[in-house]
Design a protein around this ligand. Structure first.
Ligand code: FAD
Length: 509
């Protein structure tokens, strides 16, 4: 029985397809060495082949395009949760391929492009990636500099993308760029489905990340790459709609993965505290220990239930949850996983800090969830801003939830107070956090989870209240960047990585 069925009597049952897949995953994962993958900074080929052969790399590809599993959203996210409980790197590798990789092609590519790529992607013979971020355009994707310009029947693509997950391993990549006319004027944004063999595209350096080390995140350079126009994703002027759809669903996937990570933390804390003897009693016997575990249990069950609810809504064909709601699930799940993985590491003492045990790796891997696909601050500010400008969208969603009516009144009360707040202020960001907790409290929760959510909402309200106090005056000066703290950057020459010019295939100028 899964942990979530054991501790959460209200948990929804898995379908037979999910039960079978998750049982296979649990058994198969016993043969994997995630620590070695982390140290080698590489997922082994047998892992990629195994998940591909089981259909896990293309879980929602329709049968007509070679899909094997054809899972519903609820099923997909349940498998994603299981993967998160096993290992976050594995989970994000699989999740990225299904979400950021395949979804834009499956939903927005022309039929011939789908026919060309989806069967290979569904069977795991090919990987897919998503390239939106640039060094100067991360939390502000509209600031991207990459541009695409029509040249006859083709689009000429120029620019550099950064931190693109699985890009160097992928056979096809969804790339987003400014669409400009021949005068350089903006026509909107464009998404292109680019083949790995595309002339003018070069794979760039890999990022040495803190976590998810077994995966690759690398730069991509486009230098007058001529891409045929049948590779446009959706409308040639509305590529951002494609990126938003992909990232919105991806946020729900991240939340489901975080729920799996939360259950893994619960498991490790219970194992350790009930076995660790402190001379006559166990660590578990301390009330504090049980409270820490209970908080983690509340988080896992409450957020898990919310993700299930949203997935089922999608499956029932109800209108897609608004982007504010998807942003809120990701914000909440990733923030809470950050806290809970830290509490688990603390509870495990020195064993938590040693890399032969799994919590340190989980803690490092979990850290990314607060940063990618919208860092926490930008997501919270987005929720706050939308609620101030268009509260109707969130309210319409809440109206369909169990406790929505009480909550609707609170949102209207808050937004009435904040009408004069500048939209980019800390107040807007903190308001967004309060709204996220409020959304969670609209769900059916048992008495323990309700108390936990109420407490967290109170904390969020205090943080919001504090933004009404003035912040210390710090007059920005460009000299700050050169302040001498006595700490110096490493001046060692480092490793020579580039091939010697005398041995290179081309003599550099
Ligand atoms: C492991 C990994 C995998 C990734 N995978 C992909 C991928 O597959 N495809 C892809 O396109 N990208 C990917 N990314 C990129 C990722 O999505 C970006 O790093 C992320 O969007 C943040 O952008 P940035 O790093 O430029 O941060 P910045 O934009 O420099 O932001 C820095 C900080 O400023 C904060 N901030 C911004 N605005 C506000 C505000 N209004 N109020 C308060 N604080 C604010 C942010 O929250 C953030 O904490 C990946 C990154 C990593 C590390």
């Amino acid at each position: 029985m899964n942990a979530w069925m054991m501790f959460d009597p209200q948990a929804r049952e898995d379908t037979p397809a999910v039960t079978e897949l998750n049982a296979w995953l649990q058994d198969w994962a016993k043969r994997l060495d995630f620590r070695l993958m982390d140290e080698r900074r590489c997922l082994p080929p047998h892992l990629v082949l195994a998940v591909g052969n089981r259909g896990l790399l293309g879980m929602q590809v329709p049968e007509a395009y070679g899909g094997r599993l054809c899972l519903s959203n609820f099923e997909l996210l349940r498998v994603q949760r299981q993967l998160g409980a096993i290992d976050l790197t594995l989970a994000f590798f699989v999740g990225l391929n299904n979400g950021l990789g395949i979804r834009p092609i499956q939903r927005f590519a022309a039929p011939a492009i789908k026919e060309r790529y989806l069967p290979q992607l569904a069977s795991g013979r090919m990987l897919a990636a998503f390239a939106l971020t640039e060094r100067a355009a991360g939390s502000n994707p509209l600031g991207m500099a990459a541009c695409a310009q029509r040249e006859g029947d083709l689009f000429r693509l120029d620019g550099t993308k950064s931190w693109s997950g699985s890009a160097a391993w992928a056979g096809v990549i969804s790339v987003f760029a400014r669409h400009i006319d021949d005068q350089g004027r903006d026509l909107g944004y464009l998404g292109l489905c680019v083949d790995a063999e595309q002339q003018g595209m070069h794979q760039g350096s890999e990022a040495m990340t803190l976590g998810l080390k077994g995966m690759v995140q690398n730069q991509l350079h486009f230098d007058a790459a001529l891409v045929s126009q049948d590779r446009v994703l959706g409308s040639a002027f509305a590529g951002l709609a494609v990126a938003s759809d992909t990232m919105g669903f991806g946020r729900l996937g991240i939340a489901a993965t975080c729920v799996g990570g939360l259950w893994r933390c619960v498991q490790l804390m219970i194992r350790y505290s009930t076995r660790r003897s402190l001379g006559g009693h166990h660590l578990w016997d301390h009330e504090h220990t049980q409270r820490v575990v209970d908080d983690a249990l509340c988080a896992a069950t409450a957020i898990g239930g919310w993700v299930d609810h949203l997935a089922l809504r999608l499956d029932q064909g109800l209108p897609d949850a608004p982007p504010e709601v998807l942003a809120a699930t990701k914000w909440l799940a990733s923030e809470v996983l950050g806290e809970v993985s830290d509490s688990a590491l603390q509870m495990l003492g020195a064993r938590g800090y040693c890399d032969n045990n799994p919590i340190g790796q989980l803690w490092r891997d979990a850290r990314i969830t607060r940063l990618f696909e919208g860092p926490s601050e930008t997501l919270a500010a987005f929720i706050g801003q939308r609620v101030l400008e268009q509260p109707g969208t969130v309210i319409a969603y809440l109206d369909q939830t169990v406790h929505g009516e009480i909550i609707r009144a609170r949102i209207l009360e808050w937004t009435a107070e904040e009408v004069s707040v500048p939209r980019l202020s800390a107040g807007t960001l903190r308001l967004g956090e309060c709204v996220a907790w409020l959304m969670l409290s609209s769900q059916p929760l048992d008495e323990f989870c309700r108390r936990w959510v109420d407490y967290r909402l109170e904390r969020a309200l205090h943080a919001w209240e504090r933004t009404r106090l003035p912040v210390r005056k710090m007059n920005y000066s460009s000299d700050w960047a050169t302040i001498d703290t006595g700490i110096h950057d490493c001046a060692q020459p480092g490793e020579e990585r580039k091939i010697d010019p005398l041995l290179a295939s081309q003599v550099s100028a």
